[in-house]
Design a protein around this ligand. Structure first.
Ligand code: THG
Length: 369
C-alpha cells in the first residue's frame, strides 16, 4: 500500500520545514493546519537521543493565540478552567480550556508575557476563533490573533549543555515553565524551560518566521558536541511520562476529569468561567469514562497505531477504544492509552487490531495518577 497526503496550500509549512527535510524527515501529520514532522524513520534512534542525549523538534504547529489589551487577563481567566489570575509575568502554566459542557477543547501552555499580554500555546484546535468570539460576546477590550511565533523544542538530558553553549550559562538557572525574551545574534526568541517530554529541556519560540533555517542550524551546531539527533514529539516517551495528546487521546470529546487532568483544574473559584457548572456537576457524579494506561500483549508494534481500535470487556461488549498504542522501550512491552467506560476502567480488556488480532490489555494506571 503506497499513498501520499496532498501537500496543498491548506496545510501550512513550518519555518523549519526545509531544515527538517534536509535532516531526513519521513512522515508528517497535520496539526493546526500546519505540517508537523512525526518521524525520521528510526524510532529507536529517536527515542535514544531523546532519553540519553539531546533531540531537536519542529513544533511550530503549536501555534500561539495572542491575547493583548486591558481586558486580556479577564478573557484568559474566563476561558481557563485553571486559575490564571495568579500566574506571574515570565511564567507559563498548563491550562485546560473547556466548552460550556465541560468538554476539553484545548490544553495550551499559557505564557504571561506582561500584565495584559498572553500567548496561549495551543494543541490541535481552532482556539483563536473561540477566544475571539467569547471576547466580543462579553464586550471585552482585547485583541485576539495568531502572531508570527514558532516553537522549536530542544529536549533531553543534554539540552541544558546545548542551550548553555548557545545562549549562555544563565539558561541553566531558568526554572520549569519560566521564560525570557532574548535573541541569538539578532534572531528574536523567547526561551522557555518547557516541552512535551519528561526528559527536560527548552522551547525556543522564534518570533521571526523568516529565520527558521538559521535558528535550526545554530541549535544543531551547538548540539553536535552532545550527540544531537532530529526528532519529533515522541509517542512512546510521552505516554511513559504521562503527557496528554489532545485529540489523539480523546477525539476532542472528553472532559478534563475523564482525562485525568483534575490536578490542573481550579474549580472552587469564586469567579465564573466557561464550563464551571458542568465540571462541578461532573466532579459530584464522577466521570463517565476514564483514560487509562495499559500494556498490550503481542509482538512489538513496528510503528504507532493509526486510527483507534475497539476495546471489549470479557463478555465481548464494547467498552471504549484504544486511542494510541506504541512499543515502549522503558517497559519492553506494547503500551497504550484507552478511553473506556468508568466501570471497566480498573480492569483489563481486549483490543481488536486492524489485522483482526485480539490483544490482551492489562491495566497499569489511570492517566494522570
Ligand atoms: N509546548 C508548547 N505548546 C504546546 C505543547 C508543548 N501546546 C500543546 C501541547 N503541547 C500541550 N500539552 C502539554 C501537556 C503537558 C505539558 C505540556 C504541554 C506538561 N505537563 C507537566 C506535567 O504534566 O507534569 C507540567 C504541567 C504543570 O505543572 O503545569 O509539561 O509541549 N509550547
Amino acid at each position: 500500500m503506497t499513498y501520499r497526503i496532498t501537500m496543498g496550500a491548506r496545510v501550512r509549512k513550518s519555518p523549519f520545514f526545509t531544515a527538517t527535510v534536509a535532516h531526513g524527515v519521513t512522515q508528517f501529520s497535520a496539526y493546526n493546519h500546519m505540517l508537523m514532522p512525526t518521524s525520521y524513520g528510526d524510532p529507536d534512534a529517536e527515542y535514544q537521543a531523546l532519553t540519553q542525549r539531546v533531540s531537536i523538534w519542529d513544533v511550530a504547529c503549536e501555534r500561539q493565540v495572542e491575547v493583548v489589551g486591558p481586558d486580556a487577563p479577564a478573557l484568559v481567566q474566563y476561558l481557563s478552567a485553571r486559575d490564571m489570575a495568579t500566574c506571574p509575568v515570565g511564567r507559563a502554566r498548563y491550562t485546560p480550556i473547556c466548552d460550556h459542557d465541560g468538554t476539553l477543547i484545548n490544553d495550551p501552555i499559557t505564557l504571561r508575557l506582561s500584565g495584559d499580554r498572553f500567548w496561549l500555546s495551543i494543541a490541535d484546535g481552532d482556539l483563536e476563533l473561540w477566544a475571539r468570539a467569547v471576547a466580543v460576546e462579553r464586550g471585552l477590550d482585547c485583541a485576539v490573533f495568531e502572531p508570527d511565533v514558532s516553537p522549536l523544542a530542544v529536549q533531553g538530558p543534554r539540552a541544558d549543555d546545548t542551550m548553555a553553549d548557545l545562549v549562555g550559562e544563565w539558561v541553566r538557572d531558568l526554572s520549569f515553565f519560566a521564560f525570557v525574551e532574548t535573541n541569538l545574534n539578532g534572531i528574536p526568541l523567547v526561551v522557555c524551560r518547557s516541552g512535551w517530554s519528561g526528559q527536560g529541556g527548552f522551547e525556543l519560540f522564534l518570533t521571526d518566521g523568516s529565520r527558521g533555517g538559521e535558528l535550526w542550524d545554530r541549535v544543531w551546531e551547538a548540539g553536535l558536541a552532545y550527540g544531537i539527533h532530529p526528532g519529533t514529539p515522541n509517542p512512546a516517551e510521552r505516554i511513559e511520562s504521562g503527557l496528554l495528546s489532545y485529540r489523539c487521546d480523546c477525539a476532542g470529546s472528553a472532559t478534563p476529569l475523564e482525562l485525568g487532568l483534575g490536578r490542573f483544574l481550579t474549580l472552587d473559584r469564586d469567579d465564573e468561567f466557561v464550563g464551571k457548572a458542568a465540571l462541578l456537576a461532573e466532579r459530584e457524579s464522577g466521570p463517565a469514562r476514564r483514560l487509562v494506561k495499559v500494556s498490550l500483549s503481542g509482538d512489538r508494534l513496528a510503528s504507532p497505531s493509526e486510527h483507534p481500535w475497539p476495546a471489549r470487556d470479557a463478555h465481548g461488549s464494547p467498552v471504549g477504544e484504544v486511542r494510541v498504542a506504541v512499543w515502549s522501550p522503558a517497559l519492553a512491552s506494547n503500551l497504550a492509552l484507552a478511553l473506556v467506560e468508568a466501570s471497566a476502567a480498573g480492569s483489563g480488556f481486549t483490543a481488536l487490531t486492524p489485522d483482526g488480532d485480539e490483544l490482551v490489555a492489562t491495566h497499569l494506571s489511570f492517566f494522570g495518577e
